[in-house]
Structures are given as structure tokens and as C-alpha cells.
Design a protein around this ligand. Structure first.
Ligand SMILES: Cc1cc2nc3c(=O)[nH]c(=O)nc-3n(C[C@H](O)[C@H](O)[C@H](O)COP(=O)(O)OP(=O)(O)OC[C@H]3O[C@@H](n4cnc5c(N)ncnc54)[C@H](O)[C@@H]3O)c2cc1C
Ligand code: SF4
Length: 497
């Protein structure tokens, strides 16, 4: 620990955001990073305390507390404080293959578990991570370092999201020859076509993919494994196959009128915008446009928030977000103490923008859709919604949300975006390899393992654990790489943490 009184001397600072009404004029990232000097002060706030939950990544009350990658947070905070940026990068890359992604999109489980945050403001860990990786690119530390020795073993990774990329990166560093197959036209999975450009500018992905290519990883895009390439061929051509295809089945809302024109899944809406943005700066008109529309987003979570921000940038007439659950408290409840993940209400960037543009929070709580209303041409023209309340189920004793009798009302809408989560792996890929799915329709493995029921076939990421976070996908990618390496070589020195 560099500065014993750092947490008393300096206030928490994070990158300044461009004002909502200004940033909605484009799809660019909108944070101005701290200067190096300011970042050093933020590093000094870390007390390298005796109970660094920030790096624990352990489950408490069913939720992760601390960084799932076990990033060596206090170590690199100290190195940032003392200005040892290269060393800080070396420590960071030991546990995290993609700080350029996590330092932009991670919900920062580390900060929620930071000891400083117990009584005051947590250390700006995510910000420090961002400073370290961006400095590494500037200074050339993050340049390609191809492995010196090749093992001659070949691994195919199916899916180029963060799980597949982390597995590929680890196995390539180990000297195996890795090919990543991707169904889409660009590499990155939901990092590319899911998370909007203003949260993660796509040049950041391309920058890392170019490094990975220089290091020897081959990327094959526009190739749908199980359809364009047969599973049997991959099993013949490669020593091991890793399935990292994500949890791509969106949860639907099966209310009457679902066939109305104007209802889309959130991920299709977000993908179409990013694709058009990258291909033509939105001039090709090949995206689902919310311009002038009265949009209702079903789902109050992070994906719903990304839709709010995107709709506003399109020029929507109004944006409403429906959430089934009640609003979370503003501060931790007594039964949700530190260092548990705080179940508190947050106003994310899209909601901030909606407040600035429309004058109110777009979220309506304890409400769901009962019917989609159509005009005579089959176009969506409104919604019948109903209020919900929490009640104990007499049979199971569990609390559940039930309709409040007589609470139905109508709402104007000519566009609906369904952001109600995902239901698991797409079956055709699993079937192509003959791998078993579990009850949650994720690919089945033993607990804590990545080997499937089919010889030489492994799995990781959302396809294995269900819809999750980038940081968990990277962790699974690292863990599957170690298991695959062990199976190929009889031992492995690849670190998972
Ligand atoms: C809109 C949205 C916003 C999100 N925002 C955040 C966020 O801010 N922070 C965060 O931490 N998490 C966020 N998440 C969650 C996070 O993106 C995922 O948990 C993570 O990307 C999962 O990584 P993955 O590698 O397992 O799968 P994915 O990222 O889903 O990648 C799977 C890849 O496999 C490819 N594929 C599938 N089948 C085949 C096939 N047969 N052949 C070839 N390729 C195939 C797909 O095209 C895809 O590119 C968000 C999710 C969504 C939907
Ligand atoms: S990856 Fe996420 S949880 Fe881990 S240190 Fe970075 S911001 Fe924190």
C-alpha cells in the first residue's frame, strides 16, 4: 500500500460523462477518462485492506461478491498510485484477457465489495483498470506477443463472444493452434452485436482482435457451425472443440396479439442499429428504426436500458420501460449488507437520457403486458397492461408477482421491444455435436467442469452458465482453456486466476 491516508486525502473521482442532451446526438462513447495524475490519486485511495473482497469473486447469498476473475485489485491500485503503469498492466493481464472490455461494460462487482465503499465511496477500481489498459496500448505494452513454441495441437472455438475469445487467447498463448468460427459477419458476440456502440465502441474490439490475429489466432466469420460446417468435420480436423455459442434464445411474451407488426426482440433491434452504424453510419436504412415511434420496452434491466438509449438516439417520440418487479430501494436493505452485491435502484445512462429528453424516468414498475392491440392492418397500436403485486403462493410458500384485479389499463404504442432475457442455448448447435442440455437448456457438464458428454467437446460462457455477464464469460473461457490444455498435454500451467 503506497499512501496510508489516501482514502482520507482524496475523494472518489470517475470519468466525466458528456451531458445527456449532448451525447444523444451520436453513438460514440461519452466518458472522458481521468488524467494520469488524477488516476494515480484514485489508486492511492486503495488501502490494500486485510479483507480485500474486491478480488474474492465468491458467492454470498447466491450473488457474486468481488471480481469473478480475481483481478489483483489492491496490487494494481498500488502500482497505479506509484506510477508503475507497465507493472500494473502486467499484473492486470495475469487474470484478465480483456480489460479493455470489462473496464467499459462490467458492472464492477469489485467496487460493490470494496471496503472503502462499506462506509464511504468505494475505490474507482473500474476506472483504474481502464487507465491501465488504455495506457498499455498507448505505450505499446499491449502489442502482440506471439507464442515462441507451438505444440502442434489444434483447437476449434465456436463463437467469438468473450467466452470464446478468452479461451482462444489462453490456448494460443499456450502454443496450441486456434481457429475461432463465428456465424456473424464480425467477431465479438454480444460485445459487437448486443452492447451498443456508446457503451463499447467497436474499434476497441477490432483493436484487440488485430492483436490476437498477429499472435496467430485464425478467425473464420460468416460460418454457422452445424449448418455451413459439419460437426463431424471439425471433430476430425481439430484435437478439441469448444462450444461458446451464447444463450441466444430470447424469452418471448406470449400475450394475445403477439403477431402484431411492430414487435421486435431487443437484441435484434440493437444488432440492426450497430450493423448499420458500422456498415454505413446508419445511411443504408437497414435497421429497425424507432424514429417518431411511441416505444414500449418490456423489461426494466440493462438490455432494456440499452434500448432506451438507442431509441432516443433514433429520435423516438416517447419511450416507456415496463418492469414487473417493484422499484428496488435507493440504499442497501438491512438484509442485504456489504459485501453482498447491493440490490439497489440505479439510474443507468439510457434512463438518464430519457429524463433529460422527456422530463421523467421511463420506467413503470409492477406492470406487465396483458394484450398487444392491433389496428385493422395488423399493426401494433397499443397495449393492454395490468398492475402486479407480490403475494405468497399458498402451495409453494414462495412469493410471486400476481395481477391486481381490476387494474387493467391501455397504453399507446406503435413499437414494442422485448427485453425479457434469454432462455438458453440454441438447440441446433448442441444437436449437431450430440451434446446434452440440462433442464435450463444450457449445455450440461459436471459442476465446475467444462467437458460435455461428447468426447473432445467442451463448452463455456452463456451457453454453459446461462445468460450472464462479460466478466463471467471471460472467467469460463479461461477455465475451459485450462481444462482443454490439461486434456491435450496431461498438465497445464495456464492460470485461471
Ligand atoms: C443487449 C445486451 C447488453 C449486455 N450488456 C452487458 C454489459 O453491459 N455488461 C456485461 O457484463 N454483460 C452484458 N451483457 C451480457 C454479455 O454480453 C454476455 O453475458 C456475454 O457476451 C456472453 O458471452 P459468450 O461468449 O458466452 O456469448 P456471446 O457473447 O453471446 O457470443 C456467442 C457467439 O457465438 C456465435 N455463434 C452462435 N452459434 C454459432 C454457430 N453455430 N456457429 C458459429 N458461431 C455461432 C454468435 O453469433 C455469437 O457471436 C449484455 C447482453 C445483452 C444481450
Ligand atoms: S473485471 Fe469487473 S469486477 Fe473485475 S476488477 Fe474489472 S470492473 Fe471490477
Amino acid at each position: 500500500m503506497g499512501k496510508p491516508t489516501g482514502f482520507l486525502d482524496y475523494e472518489r473521482e470517475t470519468a466525466e460523462a458528456v451531458a445527456p442532451k449532448e451525447r444523444i446526438k451520436n453513438f460514440n462513447e461519452f466518458h472522458t477518462p481521468l488524467s494520469k495524475e488524477e488516476q494515480q490519486k484514485q489508486g492511492a485511495r486503495c488501502m490494500n485492506c486485510g479483507v480485500p473482497f474486491c478480488q474474492a469473486g465468491t458467492m454470498i447469498s447466491g450473488m457474486a461478491s468481488g471480481c469473478p476473475l480475481h483481478n489483483l485489485v489492491p496490487e494494481w491500485n498500488d502500482l497505479v498510485y506509484t506510477g508503475n503503469w507497465e507493472q500494473a498492466y502486467n499484473r492486470l493481464k495475469k487474470t484478465n484477457n480483456f480489460p479493455e472490455f470489462t473496464s467499459r461494460v462490467c458492472p464492477a462487482l469489485c467496487e460493490a465489495a470494496c471496503t472503502c465503499g462499506h462506509w464511504g465511496d468505494s475505490v474507482s477500481v473500474k476506472e483504474n483498470e481502464h487507465g491501465i489498459i488504455e495506457n498499455a496500448y498507448e505505450q505499446g505494452y499491449a502489442a502482440a506477443k506471439p507464442p515462441k513454441v507451438r505444440t502442434g495441437k489444434k483447437v476449434a472455438v465456436i463463437g467469438s463472444g468473450p467466452a470464446g475469445l478468452a479461451a482462444a487467447d489462453q490456448l494460443n498463448k499456450r502454443g496450441h493452434l486456434v481457429t475461432v468460427y463465428e456465424r456473424d459477419d464480425r467477431v465479438g458476440g454480444l460485445l459487437m452485436y448486443g452492447i451498443p456502440n456508446m457503451k463499447l465502441q467497436k474499434e476497441v474490439i477490432d483493436r484487440k482482435i488485430n492483436v490476437m490475429k498477429e499472435e496467430g489466432i485464425e478467425f473464420v466469420t460468416n460460418t454457422d457451425v452445424g449448418k455451413d460446417v459439419k460437426a463431424a468435420k471439425l471433430l476430425k480436423d481439430y484435437d478439441r472443440v469448444i462450444l461458446a455459442c451464447g444463450a441466444k434464445n430470447p424469452r418471448d411474451i406470449n400475450a394475445p396479439g403477439r403477431d402484431a407488426k411492430g414487435i421486435y426482440f431487443a437484441v435484434d433491434f440493437l444488432t440492426s442499429t450497430t450493423k448499420s452504424l458500422l456498415n454505413s453510419n446508419l445511411t443504408d436504412n437497414k435497421y429497425i428504426s424507432a424514429k417518431g415511434k411511441k416505444v414500449v420496452i418490456i423489461g426494466g434491466g440493462d438490455t432494456g436500458n440499452d434500448c432506451v438509449g438507442t431509441c432516443i438516439r433514433h429520435g423516438a417520440a416517447s419511450v416507456t420501460q415496463l418492469e414487473m418487479m417493484p422499484k428496488a430501494p435507493d440504499t442497501r436493505a438491512e438484509n442485504n449488507p456489504w459485501p453482498e452485491w447491493p440490490k439497489v435502484s440505479k439510474t443507468d445512462y439510457g434512463q438518464e437520457e430519457a429524463i433529460a429528453v422527456f422530463g421523467h424516468d421511463p420506467r413503470i414498475y409492477t406492470t406487465t403486458v396483458k394484450e398487444f392491440l392491433k389496428d385493422k392492418n395488423g399493426n401494433l397500436c397499443g397495449l393492454k397492461v395490468v398492475k402486479l403485486e407480490s403475494k405468497k403462493d399458498e402451495k409453494t410458500g414462495r412469493m410471486q408477482m400476481v395481477e391486481v384485479p381490476g387494474s387493467e389499463s391501455k397504453m399507446d404504442a406503435d413499437m414494442v421491444l422485448i427485453a425479457a432475457g434469454f432462455l438458453g442455448a440454441q438447440k441446433y448447435v448442441a444437436d449437431a455435436f450430440g451434446v446434452e442440455l440440462n433442464q435450463r437448456t444450457n449445455v450440461a457438464t459436471e459442476d465446475g467442469k467444462y467437458k460435455t458428454n461428447v468426447a473432445h467437446v467442451y463448452t463455456a460462457g452463456d451457453m454453459h452458465r446461462g445468460q450472464s455477464l462479460v466478466v463471467w464469460a471471460i472467467r469460463e473461457g479461461r477455465e475451459v482453456a485450462r481444462e482443454v490444455d490439461e486434456s491435450l498435454m496431461g498438465y497445464s500451467y495456464l492460470s485461471v486466476q
